[in-house]
Design a protein. Structure first.
Length: 255
């Protein structure tokens, strides 16, 4: 469904051809990364560049994806069929419930991360988790607390502003549509960089990553910091509401 369409069949070779830096020196372990989940031709390099900032080989990689297709129904979180063999997943499934393999394979927020994870962390167990909307901050903090107690890398899979009639969002608050979208994206990225749930949940943008980014913020400690890796959009120029554009950001949470 995604291989050969959303990303090339030879994605490993495509990543090799990028000639990315082999490693970055850092005194702190990367706890989480924020990466988009769009097609390879739109944001593949940004995604790969963000993954290279992880300087260790995690044993477990948790993918946190928004629920784009209503798979969760009335639930706010569920664990997908484990793609590795880690026993801790049983506990999470008992707490939050499970989404079968078929449901997980429909979710591009999950499936678009798997080829990168397999390339950069070939020996890691992959544990996909689908995140819906939380009814309260307390519920989100409760879930983040459970995740924070687990050892592994968290891949926060999400995109920034979804603009255009297709996405039901055509707001114009600045002189141009480009300026509007850029300002909305800056709001989101600033909230994440400042580790502020208040700013994040008061952003006026239409973006799928709200709740997974909220968890990312809660995974941090008082001394944690988020480094922005890059930013781009699916369209360089937005001419009007008939243009459909999605924005992408990459970031790293250390500590």
């Amino acid at each position: 469904m995604f291989k050969g369409n959303w990303y090339p069949e030879d994605i490993s070779q495509k990543i090799k051809d990028m000639n990315l830096p082999k490693s970055y020196l850092s005194e702190k372990i990367v706890r989480a990364i924020f990466v988009p989940h769009a097609a390879f031709n739109h944001c593949g390099k940004l995604v790969a560049e963000t993954y290279t900032r992880v300087t260790h080989q995690p044993k477990r990689v948790f993918i946190l994806s928004p629920d784009h297709h209503g798979i969760l129904k009335s639930r706010d979180i569920a664990v997908c069929t484990n793609m590795g063999k880690n026993p801790s997943v049983k506990t999470l499934k008992k707490m939050w419930g499970e989404v079968g393999k078929t449901g997980a394979e429909k979710e591009h927020g999950i499936m678009m991360q798997i080829p990168y994870i397999k390339y950069f962390f070939p020996n890691a167990d992959i544990i996909p988790i689908i995140v819906g909307q939380f009814q309260s901050d307390e519920r989100m903090r409760e879930i983040a607390c459970v995740l924070k107690s687990l050892e592994g890398l968290f891949v926060i899979s999400g995109c920034l502003t979804h603009f255009g009639k297709k996405h039901g969002f055509t707001s114009l608050t600045k002189e141009t549509y480009d300026d509007t979208v850029e300002a909305l994206d800056k709001e989101i990225l600033t909230a994440v960089e400042m580790m502020s749930l208040h700013l994040l949940f008061n952003c006026e943008s239409n973006f799928c990553a709200k709740y997974v980014l909220g968890i990312m913020i809660l995974l941090g400690d008082p001394k944690s910091k988020v480094e922005q890796i890059g930013y781009k959009r699916s369209l360089d120029k937005i001419n009007g509401p008939d243009d459909n554009c999605v924005s992408y950001g990459g970031g790293v949470l250390e500590g």
